[in-house]
Design a protein around this ligand. Structure first.
Ligand SMILES: [Zn+2]
Length: 170
């Protein structure tokens, strides 16, 4: 397996609308594994392909806890088909906006479907942390980041902090 380089804001590759994949093959399965290894190495709960510079609609999610067990989701071409009117607020973070967090309001419950690592269509209904995580990761596939839900002032402040952080690292 290979560790992938996670892009951070304001990298323009985080703003692409990623393309659907045509078939889940060995190449995609390897990519899923690399994304999962990268997610764990960076201590994240989810990772979308555009975050590692890959223009494909692929997402991995691990919200392992007592309610969800130790399921790791590998999702190709995921799509949300229903969102509740009821909202919930969650304190979100993102590997592309490292070391910062902010509260974001999103629909509390969703229904969605995706192709799993075998190319089988799977359906999920969730009204908890998994729903939040799915919405956050699927936003990445459309070039959207959680900081887009914040005020423009706060968003710019976050981007500037990440830029400064990266400068010290280089
Ligand atoms: Zn993210």
């Amino acid at each position: 397996m290979t560790l992938l380089n996670v892009l951070t804001v304001p990298d323009p590759r985080l703003r692409i609308k990623a393309k659907p994949i045509s078939v889940v093959d060995d190449k995609i399965r390897t990519l899923f594994d690399d994304m999962i290894e990268t997610m764990y190495a960076e201590d994240g709960a989810g990772l979308a392909a555009p975050q590692v510079g890959i223009d494909m609609r692929l997402v991995v999610i691990d919200v392992s806890d007592s309610a969800h067990g130790s399921t790791v989701f590998k999702m190709a071409n995921p799509e949300i088909t229903w969102r509740s009117n009821e909202m919930s607020i969650c304190n979100e973070g993102c590997l592309s906006v490292p070391e910062l967090r902010a509260e974001v309001s999103r629909p509390k419950a969703i229904k969605m479907h995706y192709l799993d690592e075998n190319g089988t269509l799977q359906h999920i209904e969730s009204d908890d942390i998994l729903a939040t995580c799915i919405q956050h990761e699927l936003d990445h596939l459309d070039g959207k980041l959680y900081i887009d839900y914040l005020s423009s002032l706060k968003r710019q402040m976050f981007i500037n902090k990440v830029k400064r952080m990266k400068k010290y690292e280089d």
